[in-house]
Write a protein that binds this ligand. Structure first.
Ligand SMILES: [Cu+2]
Length: 122
């Protein structure tokens, strides 16, 4: 009986080590993503949704978060699959400036008036 118990403990320890390693491997994997901060011309929460949605569909983008106050979009991306230029172009295509890349005029004109530059007067 005592032997079974110690065997069980050994199994649990091995399982715990393997589990810990897989978590470690996942954390390490997350490190392969690069991060970029892009200044956008967003105005409100609707812009945030539009841009983050565009990023969600963008190839190679892991995650994105737009700070409405500072208008800065933080993007985590896989540098093997995409480039900052492509990401900025994707933002332009939904109607917003992204750093030095100007908004696509056609997409910009389709934005809700409150999302166009100066639409939200404070
Ligand atoms: Cu908006």
């Amino acid at each position: 009986m005592k032997q079974i118990k110690s065997k069980l403990i050994a199994v649990i320890i091995v399982a715990a080590i393997l589990f810990g390693q897989s978590i470690y491997a996942q954390t390490k994997k997350a490190d392969k993503y690069s991060e970029i901060k892009i200044k956008t011309s967003s105005e409100c929460g609707m812009c945030k949704e539009t841009i983050e949605k565009a990023m969600a569909f963008e190839k190679g983008v892991k995650s994105s978060d737009l700070d409405v106050e500072t208008k800065v979009l933080t993007v985590k991306y896989d540098a093997v699959k995409t480039t900052p230029e492509k990401i900025k172009l994707a933002i332009s295509k939904v109607g917003y400036d992204a750093d030095d890349v100007k908004a696509d005029p056609k997409a910009y004109s389709k934005l809700s008036p409150c999302c166009q530059k100066g639409g939200h007067k404070k």
